[in-house]
Design a protein around this ligand. Structure first.
Ligand SMILES: [Zn+2]
Ligand SMILES: [Zn+2]
Length: 234
């Protein structure tokens, strides 16, 4: 009796509404702010139901093959993601991953063979103590029974944070920044890789990673993000 009570999750305060719930974000806030939405299969921006690709991707398809996200990068998620990313609020990881996980479980499509986090440079990892993209990746991999790896992708030089730059400068900012671990290049041959990041905005980071991964033999690259910036607020 006592043992089974110990296994029941303890109630906790919801990070959004401050009400009591059983998780970092309560079920009613998930229902209110993280409802399922129709999204472009190439860039994950919200689109009307019945459409699969947005107009921008019809004209200029991104360098990655597909994109998925769980959330719009907007209230209340933008604040929670900033806490998760910059203030070590790792207790939010499960709640932030859940909408993407649910989206993939609802509509698995072609599942990737391997999940890889967008890597941090060694200096930034040392300063922050954790890579938020890896924290998301390993939870997704566990939830979907997929393989993941924290060491196959390297960030070989640091670059200014993408958010500090205007959208038109972001592609140049990440060029030459990433590499595949040279000793393990053959492991990627023929695989469908999903690159996992916290937020997808212009897609420049994932496009550069897609280029690097395909050079190493990957067959298909998907861009997975916890949240996606809506297009009218770059
Ligand atoms: Zn709540
Ligand atoms: Zn699109």
């Amino acid at each position: 009796m006592l043992f089974s009570r110990l296994l029941t999750p303890l109630p906790s305060l919801c990070a959004v509404c401050r009400g009591w719930g059983d998780g970092a974000v309560c079920a009613s806030c998930h229902a209110r702010y993280a409802g399922a939405a129709a999204r472009c299969v190439r860039c994950a921006v919200q689109i009307p139901g019945g459409v699969t690709v947005c107009g921008q991707c019809l004209v200029h398809p991104p360098d990655f093959d597909a994109a998925r996200t769980g959330l719009d990068y907007a209230h209340p998620w933008s604040t929670l993601i900033a806490r998760f990313k910059f203030h070590a609020a790792l207790e939010l990881a499960g709640a932030l991953v859940q909408p993407l996980l649910a989206s993939v479980q609802r509509d698995p499509g072609t599942l990737p063979d391997l999940l890889l986090p967008v890597p941090l440079s060694r200096e930034r990892l040392r300063a922050r103590g954790y890579n938020q993209a890896w924290e998301a990746t390993r939870r997704l991999a566990r939830g979907l029974a997929l393989r993941c790896d924290a060491h196959l992708l390297l960030r070989v030089k640091d670059s200014p944070h993408q958010l500090e730059l205007p959208p038109e400068e972001r592609a140049a900012n990440v060029r030459g920044v990433f590499a595949v671990e040279p000793l393990r290049r053959t492991e990627l041959h023929g695989l469908h890789i999903a690159v996992v990041d916290d937020v997808l905005t212009t897609g420049a980071t994932c496009a550069e990673l897609a280029r690097v991964l395909k050079q190493a033999g990957a067959r298909r690259v998907s861009a997975w993000s916890l949240a996606r910036t809506p297009r009218d607020t770059p």
